[in-house]
Ligand binder design. Structure first.
Ligand code: UN1
Length: 508
């Protein structure tokens, strides 16, 4: 592991943002006046203070969203789409500013932060044109002089709760379709990345989104997220985060029959067959496992090496992992920024230590650097472990730069291993054999399968989500969320001028 200079822990008040909730077009402190601090995971400098919101703030935000809904839901969908078009333009102009703040606030490398913002811009273009589609369907009626068709209607106020690891892209996947469909939104961004969320919300306001249509409430899950999900004024909940929290949300929302879309954990496998292009596989594994310091729900966290491929693949992979540089996310030579927090690094490290105690073989990493240039941040080195099937590290999500190596004798066994976790988000296979690739595509239980590409790299116009404990059947991305954020009304128009009875009249 190599090290790049990180900035000292100097605190600069001029760089500290004082955030306020955004409710009904106004920027307001929390009802209690309480706030919390957001510190950079790179150097512990103070990035922002944000309101510590609770149920009273949620009440206000939902009331404002109801007013916003009354106006916004009546605006024609193409006009709503035009606001999203303008939002895309504002995000494009602000791309660098947002990316810089993102890198500072949550520690993602600047290049990746730019990609995060670009994903939101791509989503805005898609959403803008979707305002002119929102297709219904028509079918012939079984009765004469009668027309049947469907239209899509807004649902109401959507609660959107998002994670810190894609603090702009993932909110855009949910907020833009919610808005185009005519819903109003109360958004609780992750407490680890409120400052970048505020820039995102500001872009929408600048684009001309009317007051009350997007309301933003800062705070943690217990104090702000829980009352938001439980609030009777909320009709829809869209959440990206951990599986335990997702289960709680589904339970609470189930009591009042709210619509719920959940995007949860992953333990994403990469199968490498002996015939694979190994240089390509190594490049993909490094990017998939260690990009965003492994803090992606799509991170490649299991390498399943088939047959004799491990002997050639592992030495190359380890040598390249050891070359990766930890450091300041703003420095162009940095490969891995820090983990999000001290507690998270402790959790990641504890899992690695437990795995080693349980018999896993450490191939690289696994130790917190003592380099003074990294002392102020929550850095963790790229770590590769080889372990037996069924061990905790082979089954559970780590959400850090930790790749677990498993061996299989055949493609069939590799697919069985791929499928033996509770999650099913992304997956990948490296091979030159088209039949093997297609067998994997057919048999891997996952929402996404890549062939000869890593498990990360979803594009804005395709559905994104997973099976099993990764979600509840909904998808972000592409055309899928427009189904979730709208409801179908079926319309029958009988212009025969007489009573016509379905299933009874007009029969031969
Ligand atoms: C996530 O990890 O929460 O495909 C989202 C990817 C990104 C999105 C990841 N475009 O990895």
């Amino acid at each position: 592991m190599m090290v790049d200079g990180t900035r000292g822990p100097a605190e600069n008040d001029a760089m500290t943002l004082q955030l306020l909730n955004r409710i009904g077009g106004a920027r307001v402190a929390s009802v209690t006046g309480g706030s919390f601090e957001v510190r950079s995971p790179t150097d512990n400098s103070l990035v922002a203070t944000a309101p510590a919101s609770s149920a009273a703030d949620i009440d206000r935000a939902v009331a404002a969203a109801k007013d916003g809904f009354a106006l916004w839901s009546r605006m024609p969908a193409p006009a709503r789409g035009e606001v999203l078009l303008r939002a895309g333009r504002v995000l494009e102009q602000r791309k660098e500013e947002i990316a810089l703040l993102m890198a500072r606030e949550m520690g993602k490398r600047l290049e990746e932060a730019r990609g995060d913002v670009q994903e939101a811009i791509d989503t805005a273009w898609y959403a803008a044109t979707e305002g002119r589609r929102l297709f219904g369907r028509t079918a012939p009626s079984e009765l004469s002089s009668k027309l049947g068709f469907t239209v899509r209607r807004p649902v109401g106020v959507a609660a959107i709760i998002t994670a810190w690891n894609f603090p702009v892209a993932v909110p855009s996947w949910k907020i833009f379709p919610a808005l185009v469909c005519g819903n109003a939104v109360v958004w609780k961004p992750a407490e680890e990345a409120p400052a970048v969320a505020d820039l995102f919300a500001a872009a929408l306001a600048e684009a001309g989104l009317p007051p009350g249509v997007l309301n933003v409430v800062y705070g943690d899950g217990e104090s702000a997220g829980a009352p938001l999900v439980a609030h009777p004024g909320i009709s829809l909940v869209s959440f990206t985060g951990s599986s335990p929290v997702g289960r709680r949300i589904a339970e609470v929302a189930g009591r009042t029959l709210k619509h719920v879309s959940l995007e949860l954990g992953g333990k994403n496998p990469v199968i490498v067959l002996p015939d694979a292009d190994l240089d390509l596989a190594v490049d993909g594994l490094l990017w998939g496992a260690f990009g965003t310091a492994g803090q992606r729900c799509t991170a490649s966290s299991r390498l399943i090496a088939v047959g004799d491929v491990a002997a050639k693949l592992l030495p190359r992979l380890i040598a390249r992992a050891l070359e990766l540089r930890l450091g300041d996310p703003l420095h162009p030579a940095t490969d891995l920024g820090p983990l999000i927090s001290e507690q998270h690094r402790e959790r990641v490290h504890a899992r690695v230590q437990d795995a080693i105690r349980g018999g896993a073989r450490l191939l690289c990493g696994g130790e917190i650097s003592r380099d003074p240039r990294l002392a102020a941040g929550w850095f963790y080195p790229p770590t590769i472990l080889e372990t037996a099937r069924g061990t905790p590290i082979a089954l559970e999500e780590v959400f850090g730069p930790v790749l677990t190596v498993l061996r299989a004798d055949s493609l069939e066994e590799a697919i069985d291993i791929a499928n033996e976790v509770e999650f099913g988000l992304s997956s990948s296979i490296y091979t030159r054999d088209v039949s093997a690739a297609m067998r994997a595509v057919e048999r891997i239980d996952a929402g996404i399968t890549y062939v000869n590409a890593p498990t990360i790299g979803a594009e804005a116009h395709f559905p994104f989500g997973g099976v099993k404990q990764t979600g509840n059947g909904h998808r972000d991305g592409g055309w899928a969320p427009y189904e979730f954020f709208s409801e179908v009304k079926t319309v029958y128009i009988d212009y025969s001028g007489r009573l016509q009875r379905a299933q009874i009249d007009n029969r031969l």
